[in-house]
Design a binder for this molecule. Sequence first.
Ligand code: HEC
Length: 153
Amino acid sequence: MLKKTIVLASLTLLSSAAVHAEDLFDAEDAVKYRQSVYQIFSAQAGVIGGMIKGEIPFDAAEINKRATNIGKVAPMLGDTYFPATRDVKESKLKEAAWNNMADFQDKGKVFGKALGELITASSDPDFNIKSARKTAGALFKGCKGCHEDYRAK
Ligand code: HEC
């Protein structure tokens, strides 16, 4: 109970101080940071993809770990999407994302939901390659769905 109060108090403090990502990170660094988070996604997704394709021996615990890892770093992306990053040349984020921010965020939510479902499903003792194909397939659709509209080639 006491712990909860302390956490709540510190959260309130944070929001009243109103520290924004753009006060903390240089735009060019934020794009590198963003791309690094996506590289982490890619490394984890590569293992999951290898397993559902049968290239790596199937291991439910490993899929759960990889999906959980994505879930750990995904919230950091929030640090990196501030307007000054719009002008960074190295960024592949399409201008369309800024003009359709609600849709871009919806794509993130679809992805987040698929990720949550994969984390839950892969901790079930009945999780097998068939259920992995379905749940991980939905996750990969989430990656692709966003890239198609909002990531430049
Ligand atoms: C809601 C949108 C969205 C989702 C979901 C998403 N991405 Fe991306 N991804 C992007 C954008 C935008 C970029 C380009 C970022 C930039 O260069 O500023 C990107 C870039 C990347 C890159 C290139 C990073 C680099 O080094 O330049 C990889 C790899 C990647 N994503 C993998 C993934 C994987 C794997 C998933 C799913 C597990 C995923 N992404 C889900 C939007 C998304």
